[in-house]
Design a protein around this ligand. Structure first.
Ligand code: IMP
Length: 201
């Protein structure tokens, strides 16, 4: 049976990665016809993913998958964390001007703040939520690594050019898409979700 799921995102990088992980499974993934202005005022990735999934479910009346993700740097007290997509605009650490793109402004700010930091450990984290009327499923995924001193590679999106996954000598942006999926926070969370779908089938 083909199941339809709405993807509550307008981030193309994310949508492409989610679609790739679903290849070969019995799901039709749909993108929303319009972007909803949802206030993501949760205190965690899971809360924000739930807020998005719930809002899109209620508006479109369709089973919805949402995810909230980000980069956590313990030596910066957990920042950018849940503020990853708009880190450049936060007062915390100083506002970074957007010259070419928001992703690049985020990267510039992070590298500036980490210039003299020895501890460069970091991890990507995601919470994925599937919501239908009054019921839902969730899964989480994490990918550990380090923040590099300068950007490398052109694949992926967001902070990928400065993130070196554990066990690799390349940045996340230098990996083949399928290689990223096999180790990424998003790939891991979505595969756990698939397992749940199978159990509950
Ligand atoms: P969200 O849309 O609020 O979940 O924002 C997620 C943000 O976290 C993105 O805009 C990126 O800055 C960052 N991020 C999440 N996942 C990844 C990834 O796989 N690679 C690079 N950056 C990511």
């Amino acid at each position: 049976m083909l199941r339809r799921l709405l993807l509550a995102t307008t981030n193309r990088g994310k949508a492409e990665e989610i679609k790739r992980v679903f290849i070969g499974f019995d799901f039709e993934l749909l993108l929303p016809e319009k972007k909803l202005e949802v206030e993501e005022d949760g205190k965690s990735f899971l809360e924000n993913a739930y807020i998005k999934a719930r809002a899109y479910y209620e508006f479109f009346q369709m089973p919805t998958l949402a995810e909230d993700s980000g980069l956590v740097v313990p030596s910066l007290g957990g920042y950018p964390g849940i503020y990853s997509s708009r880190f450049y605009s936060l007062e915390w650490g100083g506002v970074e001007r957007v010259e070419t793109s928001k992703d690049l402004a985020n990267i510039k700010k992070l590298l500036r703040l980490m210039e003299n930091l020895q501890d460069r450990r970091a991890y990507f984290f995601t919470s994925v939520v599937v919501c239908t009327g009054g019921a839902g499923l969730w899964a989480e995924g994490r990918c550990d690594g380090h923040i590099m001193h300068e950007p490398r590679g052109h694949g992926g999106f967001g902070y990928d050019p400065i993130f070196q996954p554990e066990g690799y000598s390349k940045s996340m942006a230098e990996l083949e898409p399928e290689e990223k999926d096999s180790i990424s926070h998003r790939g891991r969370a979505l595969r756990k979700l698939m397992e749940l779908f199978m159990v509950l089938k």
